[in-house]
Design a protein around this ligand. Structure first.
Ligand SMILES: Cc1cc2nc3c(=O)[nH]c(=O)nc-3n(C[C@H](O)[C@H](O)[C@H](O)COP(=O)(O)OP(=O)(O)OC[C@H]3O[C@@H](n4cnc5c(N)ncnc54)[C@H](O)[C@@H]3O)c2cc1C
Length: 612
């Protein structure tokens, strides 16, 4: 179909962004053959691309404009003014096509909090139903269970016939079986499923792969099998520049979407939705497109010469991400971590394993294997009155009671740790993510990251020009709040303790024999970490998990909301936002599953409203 045909045709729904949430919606809304949907996606379709499909090749996707929007943050004051790479997927499937494939979950109590913030229906019971609808949990094989244990995953909490595949990693490193007993030796139980409220412990990390080790993402899971539906049109390489909004005075009450403008092959086109336009551009581009269309802070828009249609200063605010600090340690010979695959013969063997459908080490990300653990660390350090007093000094709004509750509880996680037989170089990975995974020294490494699950700090993303081609200004404001900084310092000290505990300690190269020097040189730290060094490492080595949320928050308007619980944009008729940006408060874990569930729930909300 030509773009002229598309322009002249009528669509019930126009979805801006064929990413993680956008494709869920496209798939579910077109289940009704009478519903016509157009998806406008700036990237291209790469369903057969091995760099996307073979999980361990994901490191080649960053800083390449074929796959990545290649955004950068502003200098981050609490991270020694470092500028941090902000990759976002620019292909059909969006960021689910370029993410790290890890699927550690959020818990029931966190979703409950969304409802308490003024969002009826956004609770655990409802989200669990949509998690299950979106996913298939592939139970561990005997080989996987022997390596990691079964992790007490409770099958009743997971889907069995949804499009997105969840599979345990397939490990090869000699140290793989050591994670679970090491955590147990530290008194960390794993007797509950990680989705259960208050679950602390250690579990083998589920991955977004099918049972043959192929990446499972929005395009392969939700789009590939329905691409031929006559009522679905997906236009790739279509760069949306703004929504055309009729102002309230013209539209009679609320502003109204009159069309969507996009550029294809350097020519501008306009399409119209008869029912609704749905913005699914992700946490950076959805607020950007709202602002370019005149929905945002009037003072910012006026400064940039953009006509104000709806004055809402909350657009682009409330940005949250999961900051994390990596720690690596040199492993004994023969551990066979990710660095082994730099040897051509090892890589060839691993490629053969993958091509033959046996999975193998390339099928679980460069990490090969991984394990995660959630901890309540603040409970212990909360004994210091100074520290407790600092909590809430600059966060006295609707969210802080919940966050404070988490910090004072010993049954909710404030930190999450991921472990893998791989080296990282956070000093380079901050500037360019592709360099995070290329530790300069050959060798074998064991790596861990401490991830802050519920940051207090809030940042923002805003347009700096009325020109749609200019990237937004992204200021995540990482570790602005002292609690965030303190928790990560404690996380570094805890990771060191894990590496010193048996049986994992048996795989760590003796640090007294001089070979640990390599780490000392590249990380500019002595091999023994005290509090001062941990603080330095947090400032110099913290990177995000690339989980930005919250910039079009689902909250009551007077509490900083951009969308209501039906995900409709305040002040505009016929416009919703459906993507990660609507999350009011960040949850623990890796958030792609939450985005799939948001897409599923939004599809049902829309179907019900229009009786589809
Ligand atoms: C490097 C990285 C690692 C991650 N690791 C993990 C992980 O291991 N596990 C996990 O669960 N999550 C992970 N995530 C996060 C997760 O993948 C995202 O939160 C989720 O995919 C976001 O979904 P979304 O629908 O909000 O946005 P996206 O999936 O990013 O979709 C937005 C879509 O809109 C398109 N778009 C934007 N602007 C325009 C425009 N103007 N015109 C047309 N199209 C436009 C984009 O090209 C994109 O396709 C990671 C993310 C990144 C970037």
């Amino acid at each position: 179909m030509s773009v002229q045909d598309i322009e002249s045709k009528s669509y019930d729904f126009v979805i801006i962004g064929g990413g993680t949430a956008g494709l869920v919606l496209a798939s579910r809304l077109t289940e009704n053959p009478d519903t016509h949907v157009l998806v406008l996606e700036a990237g291209t379709s790469k369903l057969d691309d091995p760099k996307i499909n073979i999980p361990a090749l994901f490191t080649q996707l960053y800083e390449d404009p074929e796959y990545d929007w290649c955004f950068k943050s502003t200098p981050q004051h609490a991270l020694n003014n470092r500028i941090i790479a902000q990759p976002r997927g620019k292909v059909l499937g969006g960021s689910s096509a370029i993410n790290f494939l890890m699927a550690s979950p959020a818990t029931a109590s966190e979703f409950q909090h969304w409802e308490e913030l003024g969002n009826p229906g956004w609770n655990w019971e409802s989200m669990l139903q949509y998690y299950r609808k979106s996913e298939t949990f592939n139970p561990p094989t005997a080989e996987q269970a022997a390596l990691y244990g079964t992790g007490n995953y409770d099958r009743s909490l997971y889907g069995s016939d949804g499009p997105v595949q969840l599979t345990m990693p397939i490990g090869t490193a000699a140290s793989d079986a050591a994670w679970q007993p090491t955590l147990q030796a530290l008194g960390i139980p794993s007797d509950k499923d990680p989705r259960v409220a208050g679950s602390l412990g250690g579990w083998p990390m589920l991955k977004y792969t099918d049972s043959t080790g192929k990446r499972s993402y929005a395009a392969s899971a939700y789009y590939a099998s329905i691409a031929g539906r006559p009522n679905l049109t997906v236009l790739t390489s279509a760069y949306v520049t703004k929504m055309l909004l009729d102002p309230p005075e013209k539209a009679g009450g609320l502003a109204k979407v009159a069309g969507v403008s996009f550029i294809l092959d350097k020519v501008e086109h306009i399409v119209r939705a008869t029912k609704e336009t749905i913005l699914a551009g992700g946490s950076y581009m959805s607020p950007k497109l709202l602002e370019l269309s005149g929905v945002g802070s009037s003072s910012l828009l006026q400064k940039l010469g953009i006509d104000v249609v709806v004055d809402n200063a909350a657009v682009g605010e409330n940005l949250q991400d999961h900051p994390m600090v990596p720690l690596i340690i040199e492993a004994q010979d023969g551990v066979m971590g990710a660095e082994s695959f730099r040897q051509p013969e090892v890589l060839q063997w691993a490629l053969n394993e993958w091509m033959s459908g046996r999975g193998g080490p390339l099928s679980s990300g460069i990490n090969g294997t991984s394990f995660f653990s959630t901890q309540s660390i603040a409970h212990h350090i909360g004994q210091s009155p100074d520290f407790m007093q600092s909590i809430g000094t600059n966060r006295d709004d609707e969210h802080s009671p919940f966050l404070r509750k988490l910090l004072s509880s010993d049954s909710e996680a404030d930190l999450q740790f991921s472990f893998a037989p791989a080296g990282f170089d956070p000093y380079k990975g901050g500037e360019a993510l592709s360099r995070l995974f290329t530790h300069p020294d050959p060798g074998n490494y064991l790596g861990s990251v401490a991830v802050l699950t519920h940051p207090f700090s809030r940042g923002s993303v805003h347009v700096t020009s009325s020109d749609p081609q200019i990237s937004p200004s992204i200021d995540p404001n990482y570790l602005d709040h002292p609690v965030d900084f303190e928790l990560l310092v404690q996380g570094v000290l805890f990771m060191q303790k894990v590496f010193e505990t048996k049986p994992l300690a048996d795989y760590v190269r003796d640090r007294e024999d001089g070979s640990g020097k390599k780490i000392q040189e590249s990380f500019k730290i002595p091999t023994r970490i005290d509090r001062g060094i941990a603080e330095k490492l947090v400032r110099e080595g913290t990177i995000p998990s690339w989980h930005p949320v919250g910039t079009c928050a689902m909250l009551p308007r007077e509490k900083g909301g951009v969308v209501n619980p039906q995900l409709k944009v305040y002040g505009v008729d016929g416009l919703r936002v459906v993507d990660a940006s609507i999350m009011p408060v960040l949850l623990r874990g890796n958030i792609a599953s939450v985005v799939y569930a948001i897409g599923e729930k939004a599809a049902d909300i829309i179907k019900e409203e229009y009786n589809l």
